[in-house]
Design a protein around this ligand. Structure first.
Ligand SMILES: [Zn+2]
Length: 278
């Protein structure tokens, strides 16, 4: 039995990006730990908040719902405030992850990973998949935590969760006529994975630089249900959930990772599980 620790930027990222891998690891008898860096305070505010309920309260409960469905054993909250998208005033909030001291945040992350005796740590790729300041933050504090843990956790393997840009382009071409009109974050009709995202870089990473392709088709239902837990975030969740089933299966049936410190072999990803036998 291994312990896998996943760091995510906001409530809902766990379901979108690595939900299938989490569910699969749990189904195979491993322990799954979720570390959420920020509170999601800059998300969509639903109009059905109860008296005294904040968006942060709601998103915490939605994450607990998602975690239960994905088989996550423990949730840790790093306690930073959502920084919002690039250029938002929220970037400069004193408690935002964007403003946080990297060494301090990484030390807190490293403490959790060490206490959980993790064998695998999952962070984000260098531009956080699409340039959101908090996603880049997860990469930065993850890389620093990896350095801090080098002497403390023997054999820790570190992976960057990413999206396969080439596969996304193939998917958009194949499902051009049937997909939802609006892309995530309002990217609009004709979403082009090779076009610049929030930070000017295209989404995800080229296939040649991705080491691991994980088949999570057997866990699609859990992933879809976990995504549906995040009902307050209509713009994100309904975009994905409104996909025709066949497109959803293609888009979400595999997840993508880059193992740090390992030179990827050119061509499509060759590794098919994060550790042990595929
Ligand atoms: Zn996010």
């Amino acid at each position: 039995m291994a312990t896998l620790a996943f760091v995510h930027a906001h409530p809902d990222d766990e379901a979108i990006l690595t939900g299938g891998t989490m569910a699969r690891a749990r189904a195979e008898g491993h322990r799954v730990v979720l570390i959420v860096a920020t509170d999601g305070a800059c998300g969509e505010v639903p109009d059905d908040l109860a008296d005294g309920e904040s968006l942060v309260d709601r998103r915490r409960r939605e994450t607990e719902c998602s975690a239960q469905l994905l088989g996550i054993d423990t949730i840790h909250w790093l306690g930073y405030r959502d920084s919002g998208m690039t250029g938002w005033a929220d970037n400069d909030h004193p408690n935002s992850l964007h403003r946080a001291d990297v060494d301090t945040a990484a030390a807190r992350l490293a403490e959790i990973v060490e206490a959980e005796r993790a064998d695998v740590l999952v962070i984000y790729d260098w531009h956080g998949n699409y340039g959101h300041p908090d996603h880049i933050g997860v990469h930065r504090i993850g890389v620093r935590a990896e350095q801090l843990l080098a002497d403390r956790v023997a054999g820790l393997r570190v992976f960057e969760a990413t999206m396969n840009r080439d596969e996304m382009a193939r998917l958009m071409a194949e499902f051009a006529d049937v997909g939802p009109d609006e892309g995530p974050n309002g990217s609009g009709e004709g979403f082009d994975p090779h076009a610049p995202a929030d930070d000017g870089n295209p989404m995800g990473m080229p296939e040649d630089e991705i080491s691991h392709e994980i088949d999570v088709a057997a866990h699609l239902d859990a992933k879809r249900a976990a995504l549906a837990c995040h009902a307050s975030q209509v713009e994100d969740s309904s975009f994905f959930l409104s996909m025709p089933a066949e497109m959803f299966a293609r888009a979400f049936g595999r997840e993508w990772f880059i193992e740090r410190g390992v030179e990827p072999v050119a061509g499509p990803p060759h590794q098919h599980w994060l550790f042990g036998a595929a």
